[in-house]
Ligand binder design. Sequence first.
Ligand SMILES: [Zn+2]
Length: 138
Amino acid sequence: MAVKKLSKSQLEYYLQILQEERDRVIKSVNGISETIKMGTKELSGDASSFPLHLADLATDNENLDMNISFLNRELEKLKVINQAINRIHEKSYGICEICGEYIPEGRLRILPYASQCVICRSREEKKQRKVHNFREIE
Ligand SMILES: [Zn+2]
């Protein structure tokens, strides 16, 4: 199966997709940061504003935790998107960073910020899962 190098118009297409995705993630990061800020203010507000029931407080904390882990995931995604955009500019986009083979376009269509081919990716995932609970971002 011959995997071809991406053409200039294909690169432009992916650049556009990545930039749109980056804008979306930035908006989402800003939104969630606001929510966290508001939530933290409520939690650390004066004693009279504290929820009366411990259960309520626990729910608030759970939401905060959820928002923070969501924020971290989005920030991680933003980093990966920015790296992919850099690779387009450096003309290394679409090439697996581990084995140096071209990443099939079918994979880029699903995951425009993929930096590894499927084989290397699953190998890496297996490695990382052994070390610690790797957060899945794809
Ligand atoms: Zn590879």
